[in-house]
Design a protein around this ligand. Structure first.
Ligand SMILES: *Cc1c(COP(=O)(O)O)cnc(C)c1O
Length: 490
């Protein structure tokens, strides 16, 4: 054991900086087998530079690193459109039980009836929430659900002898994955403008709804956080022109238990379980983007679908492939662990609970709208749904960008909101508090936003140079994602 004292490790230090020659964190037992020469000496490296550290050095290093992570478990995370609600730990415990975590996707069906029953029940719940008659849990993310949905729309038109229906209409407020999914599925994307209220411009829609129309992809509530009161008419216009309507239901937090998307005229919708039903996400972790499907598209669903069989009074479950399926989407049956968490969440809340969750989510967002509207410009001045989109336009006039406001929020311990999206709002700041935050947390956030608005007028350089309290300052985010350098060099 070493008794030497050392300066506490500085935050920027790597394991190499604290390496001490000869120090080790492991003590291997004496070999009890005869030593053998390597069959191919060339496989042995002369040099294998590794940092030399005690176990405690390593534990402290990685624990310190983990504490630099921003997380929903430590701080307020109002990242619009991402629904960073709190994930109850019980959901993780349930998903970790060996009966769920230890099974294999290729196990015979009769040995995993419980898992299939859970999937079947979850399908039923999602169908109840959306009002759609069928569903599959196969897509692994929201964008994956979108791709499956538009592939089904294409298959539908091809089977009906209309392969020329190649146009997919997408509002100018749409999430970037929508046009990407449509063009991956072979559609030509045509953008439909929003009107000055943030709703779909019905005249503009009518003008492009013709016999080349494959369908429309629309988000409800829109990415402006608004409920489009013309949605039923929108669906009718598309249907009358022979198209189908894809609903991006990534953010169902305002609608749970209140609106059934099927009643509005949607033909297929995806749900992001990793947003709406409280499973951990972010950083590219696993997700689930099940799709719920109306009658016209049911035969085209991707496989597998879990089917309940009650023959002879005995219930059993099996995986089936719909008759005109677009095929399989991945090696397994979806991200099963995420499905278990989602099921636990929905079971715990029940029908009344999800209805309260959506009500509280909308209430929290409107509370922030009202308390901040005199300090930050509100481009669409109407009641919002689960999120509110402000514009940093007034701050920009003081030389402060939405980016600067966001960076300063980090100093105050708040995760920045979604920025510069939707694209139709200049200097957009899209704030989604979610229902799991208390009034005290919302008030503390309002105080921070008030302080930042004052700083913007009085000491703008404090904002343009933020963050000041983080281990690293402003990063070149574009370069970090285009030229990632993830290799460690000693
Ligand atoms: C998050 C989101 C998506 C994409 O979901 P992923 O799971 O990230 O692929 C699509 N549309 C909207 C509106 C979203 O918010």
């Amino acid at each position: 054991m070493t008794t030497e004292t050392r300066k506490p490790q500085e935050s920027h230090q790597t394991l190499w900086d604290i390496s001490v020659p000869g120090r080790s964190g492991v003590r291997l037992p004496e070999s009890d087998v005869p030593v053998q020469p390597m069959p191919d000496a060339a496989l042995l490296r002369e040099e294998l530079p590794l940092p030399e550290l005690s176990e405690l050095d390593v534990v402290r290093h990685f624990t310190r690193l983990s504490q630099k992570n921003f997380s929903i478990d430590t701080n307020f995370y109002p990242l619009g459109s991402c629904t960073m609600k709190y994930n109850p730990k019980i959901n993780d415990m349930v998903a970790s039980t060996p009966g769920f975590s230890g099974i294999h996707p290729l196990q015979p069906e009769e040995t995993v009836q419980g898992a299939l029953e859970l999937m079947s029940n979850l399908q039923d719940m999602l169908q109840e929430i959306t009002g759609m008659p069928a569903s599959t849990l196969a897509p692994l993310a929201g964008a994956h659900g979108e791709l499956s949905g538009v592939l089904m729309i294409r298959a539908f038109h091809e089977q009906n002898g209309n392969p020329e229906r190649k146009v997919m209409l997408i509002p100018d407020s749409a999430h970037g994955t929508n046009p990407a999914s449509a063009s991956m599925a072979g559609f030509d994307v045509v953008t439909v403008p929003s009107d000055d209220q943030g709703n779909m411009d019905l005249k503009a829609l009518e003008a492009v709804a013709n016999d080349k129309l494959g369908g429309l992809m629309i988000t409800l509530p829109s990415t402006l956080g608004l409920f489009d009161p013309g949605i039923v008419e929108v669906c009718e216009i598309v249907h009358e022109a022979g198209g189908l309507v894809y609903g991006d239901g990534a953010n169902m937090n305002a609608l749970l238990g209140r609106v059934k998307l099927n009643d509005l005229g949607f033909d297929v919708v995806h749900l992001n379980l990793h947003k709406t039903t409280s499973t951990p996400h972010g950083g590219g972790g696993p997700g689930a983007g099940p799709i719920c499907v109306g009658d016209k598209l049911t035969p085209f669903m991707p496989s597998p679908v879990v089917e309940r069989d009650s023959e002879g009074g005995v219930e059993s479950f099996k995986l089936v492939s719909p008759p005109n399926t677009i095929g399989t989407l991945s090696a397994g049956h979806g991200n099963f662990g995420v499905l278990v968490r989602s099921y636990a969440y929905l079971r715990a809340l029940g029908a009344g609970g999800i209805r309260q969750a959506s009500g509280d989510a909308v209430l929290n967002a409107n509370y922030l709208l009202k308390r901040l509207e005199h300090l930050y410009y509100l481009p669409y001045d109407r009641i919002c749904m689960h999120e509110v989109v402000f514009s940093g336009r007034w701050q920009k006039a003081q030389g402060v960008k939405a980016l600067d406001v966001s960076k300063r929020l980090i100093d105050y311990g708040v995760h920045p909101p979604t920025m510069y999206f939707p694209l139709i709002v200049e200097e957009a700041l899209m704030i989604e508090p979610t229902e799991t935050e208390s009034k005290e947390t919302l008030d503390a956030f309002v105080d921070v936003m008030i302080a930042i608005a004052q700083e913007s007028g009085q000491t703008p350089e404090v904002l343009t140079e933020a963050p000041h309290n983080t281990p690293v300052g402003r990063l070149d985010e574009a370069r970090a994602s285009r030229q990632p350098d993830v290799r460690y060099r000693a």
